[in-house]
Design a protein around this ligand. Structure first.
Ligand code: COA
Length: 230
């Protein structure tokens, strides 16, 4: 048994948890697109977004429930907002993977950068899955793809924003090591003028690596002082 594995077994708990998170992150790789996967008996095709998706996006957005529309930075029920999204993709600030069943859009994942100098290391993940296909794993696959895109872009910090009741999104991001970084009270206003708390989840690659290293050093030091058998 390797020393690292032995330490994990011995100290379990925090180091084990961090190692497990790291291995989950390492398993997340950008799929060769286009790709097909089956969810709930439906063949879902994933590919990069294209300018010709404009009308598909509009139809998808216009069929969404009101609660979902809250989480869109852009009101993509409006053609000019979709055009501006496509322009951000063309400029290289955004990367988007879309999921389709037949000719219909059923979800997307975007990695968005704001183009500002001082946040050039930060990307925001934005995800949306059609209500009819939720809870069957498509969101997790899209979260993985967005995370993989963020890694290939060399981003150091990745954030995701949601209201506190979006348990599906919170679970999905936590699986990859995202943690709650802030709650901005009454930060989101919906179409009816109601206010909601906004939760910001973040993953900081450098901070995560440092945390792992610190835990390893701490574990190794406890082994030395307890006179472990090697
Ligand atoms: C967030 C979202 C993309 C998840 O998509 P999905 O296809 O339902 O996700 P999955 O089926 O892969 O489930 C992801 C995780 O959330 C859990 N989950 C899904 N729906 C849930 C719910 N309503 N309550 C609690 N947990 C839920 C799943 O069990 C899974 O957890 P696990 O990995 O521990 O098993 C989807 O719910 C959505 O589009 N929500 C509206 C928009 C939004 O919240 N976007 C996130 C902000 S960026």
């Amino acid at each position: 048994m390797k020393v690292g594995q032995w330490l994990i077994r011995l100290f379990g708990g925090r180091l084990g948890e961090l190692e497990e998170l790291r291995s989950v992150q390492e398993e997340v790789v950008l799929m060769a697109l286009p790709a097909e996967r089956e969810f709930a008996g439906k063949v879902v095709r994933l590919r990069e977004i294209e300018p010709a998706d404009r009308d598909r996006i509009l139809s998808f957005a216009r069929a969404l429930p009101e609660h979902d529309l809250l989480f869109l930075r852009r009101d993509i029920t409006q053609p000019e907002e979709v055009d501006s999204w496509l322009a951000d993709v063309a400029s290289g600030n955004y990367s988007t993977v879309v999921a389709l069943v037949g000719d219909e859009l059923v979800g997307y994942a975007t990695v968005a950068q704001d183009g500002m100098t001082w946040t050039r290391h930060v990307g925001e993940l934005r995800l949306l899955v059609a209500p009819a296909l939720r809870g069957v794993g498509l969101g997790s696959l899209l979260i993985d793809q967005a995370f993989a895109i963020a890694k290939t872009r060399g981003l150091q910090k990745i954030v995701a924003q949601m209201t506190v009741d979006q348990e599906g999104a919170i679970n999905g991001f936590e699986r990859l090591g995202f943690r709650k970084e802030a709650v901005l009270r009454r930060h989101v206003i919906d179409r009816n003028g109601e206010l909601h708390d906004l939760q910001i989840m973040a993953f900081d690659a450098e901070e995560f690596a440092q945390m792992l290293l610190r835990e390893r050093i701490r574990a190794a030091a406890s082994v030395e002082t307890s006179g472990a058998p090697f």
